[in-house]
Design a protein around this ligand. Sequence first.
Ligand SMILES: Nc1ncnc2c1ncn2[C@@H]1O[C@H](COP(=O)(O)OP(=O)(O)OP(=O)(O)O)[C@@H](O)[C@H]1O
Ligand SMILES: [Mg+2]
Length: 278
Amino acid sequence: MTTNTSGAGERGGAPGDASYGHILGTGVDTSHGAILYLEDITVSFDGFKALNTLTLDIGVGELRCIIGPNGAGKTTMMDVITGKTRPDSGTAFFGQTLDLTLMSEHQIAHAGIGRKFQRPTVFEHHTVFENLELAMEMDKRVWTTLFATLTGEQRDAIAANLELIRLTREAHRPAGLLSHGQKQWLEIGMLLMQEPQLLLLDEPVAGMTDAETERTGELLNELRGKHSLVVVEHDMDFVAAIAVGGRVTVLHEGAVLAEGSMDVVQNDARVIEVYLGR
Ligand SMILES: Nc1ncnc2c1ncn2[C@@H]1O[C@H](COP(=O)(O)OP(=O)(O)OP(=O)(O)O)[C@@H](O)[C@H]1O
Ligand SMILES: [Mg+2]
């Protein structure tokens, strides 16, 4: 495929690689109520522990915000979940039965974990609609002729997705002409076309305008309950907007420093010290 994959140089993926989630009919066993279990995960880089016995559970349909100072291990945690980085020790399970530490990045994406990296990676020369269509093609893993006739059901799915990501009016514009924020929404839409059970978003509103940030908050609130979401963000106003009624986890030095409602963590003396002490 000769499409533009801007941003592929980041610690991230490009369209078409394994980080684009995919779910098979087999499903994930979430009978105990959680979609993700991390226990005592440690990751060392040359003796430095980026993660240090990190333990974290994510509930089915939960929208969990993860905050913490630079270098706390937030992105490394996502690297472990997606199989990009292997932990030195600890366990990571997707549902009750899928041991993520034994699966390849591709298998993990296939099992239903989608990941959005910080920089948008969309096919710039294709229209918004075509980008969503390509994401659906990837999902089927059927590399038939691109843009073969879509079924009515597929068209409806794309139309619904366009509404959700607020790009209905941009559907037939090349993705390269979108604003930074709109590209981020498109990439979220592409991930959603593959119906991931768990969606990981690393700093989704970085570089967005205030208006785009606000709309992204609304979008994520609409996804709550339908998907399980883990959102890493530094923008505290944004976190407050999507953490309503949900839990916030504060990472520090590779472990959980505090966890609870936004209110509780914001007033936690250790959290205040970590943020003010910088
Ligand atoms: N591949 C790597 N090799 C060596 N050190 C690494 C590697 N990846 C991460 N680190 C280090 O591990 C620590 C945690 O990094 P990580 O990127 O997970 O932090 P973060 O919480 O995502 O920070 P930020 O908020 O700045 O994105 C940092 O000290 C970082 O320098
Ligand atoms: Mg990071």
